[in-house]
Design a protein. Sequence first.
Length: 136
Amino acid sequence: MANPAFEELVEDFEFLDDWEDRYRHVIDQGKAMDPLEDALRVPATKVEGCASQVWLHANIEDGKLHFDGASDAMIVSGLIAVLRTLYNGLAPAEVLAVDARAEMGRLGLNDHLSAQRSNGLRAMIDRIRETAALAG
């Protein structure tokens, strides 16, 4: 059960014929995000297990998860943007019900990320799920 905005992203990806176009679209998603405040780039928000520097700042507002993030790698910033589209606005129980691997697979990402990027993506998903579990 993905966020409705994620369904729109899936539709966008269906129009992109090859992986290079999809890769560029992921990067563009990251470039479109507002930058994460420097004050939020602290050890508590840093995600371990990523090859690049990654920070995720999550909170629950009105019973819904919202998070922002940043990375020093363009593709990872794009993956953060994709995860924001997948999860932002969902209740904690809904976040926990999302099969992120299957949803990311709908974008064709599972087959085209390096092992290090896949591990980093998994670490980001784990952090988001932990936040939801603590809030739920």
